[in-house]
Design a protein. Structure first.
Lengths: 117, 113
């Protein structure tokens, strides 16, 4: 089955700097890679996702890159702000939607990001 | 409401008791998922419902765990004869069938004494 590794487990940056979180996956059939932000006491919130037919996707200060050959994908946050402080999770799925076990996500263990003012 | 709703938000119970956790998915979402998150850990898949198909129960850790989804909407996760290792946050997510943007509720924090 799929296995997702995430690094680093903790990351501390100064406000305004960039933050990069990296994940690797094992199942070459995986084709969907979302990133979630989880604040204390809340459920994970989807912040960006990428599909395997795309190499990079950007949404304002957040970008995700995917290298299918190497089976790794990364989250980039630029111009970090204190409100970016949270735990970030990557995930992978080979979900082709309907039915079976293909719908569930396999998560990394998370990265605790701290942005210092 | 607009998001996934879970109840209760917190549940404390004694070892050996049964518990029921409820999830109200986003209206119109055909897929519903249950995950478990232990302290400081990632999310562990438990069970997945998609439309009228048989649920994928491959993530349930033991036969003490079961879930049902009535009328294709509300879901209940039941844990029988709870053990201390069942203590965790139980998260529910839903997505629009065919699209995998899973939207999570805020979870139920379960504590077994």
């Amino acid at each position: 089955g799929e296995n997702v590794e995430q690094h680093p487990s903790t990351l501390s940056v100064q406000e305004g700097d960039s933050a990069v979180i990296k994940c690797t996956y094992s199942d070459s059939a995986s084709n969907y890679f979302p990133w979630y932000k989880q604040e204390l006491g809340k459920g994970p919130q989807l912040i960006i996702d990428i599909r395997s037919n795309v190499g990079e996707k950007k949404d304002q200060r957040i970008a995700v890159t995917l290298n299918k050959t190497a089976k790794h994908f990364s989250l980039h946050i630029t111009e970090t702000q204190p409100e970016d402080s949270a735990v970030y999770f990557c995930a992978a799925s080979n979900g082709n939607a309907y039915g079976g076990s293909q719908g569930n996500l396999i998560f990394g263990k998370g990265t605790k990001l701290s942005v210092k003012p | 409401g607009a998001g996934v709703s879970q109840s209760p938000s917190n549940k404390v119970t004694e070892k050996g008791k049964d518990v029921e956790l409820r999830c109200d998915p986003i209206s119109g979402h055909t897929a519903l998922y249950w995950y478990r998150q232990s302290l400081g850990q990632g999310l562990e898949f438990l069970i997945y419902f998609q439309g009228n198909s048989a649920p994928d129960k491959s993530g349930l850790p033991s036969d003490r765990f079961s879930a049902e989804r009535t009328g294709g909407s509300v879901s209940t996760l039941t844990i029988q004869r709870t053990q201390q290792e069942d203590s965790a946050v139980y998260l529910c997510a839903s997505s629009l069938g065919g699209k995998l943007g899973q939207h999570f509720g805020d979870g139920t924090r379960l504590s077994i004494l």
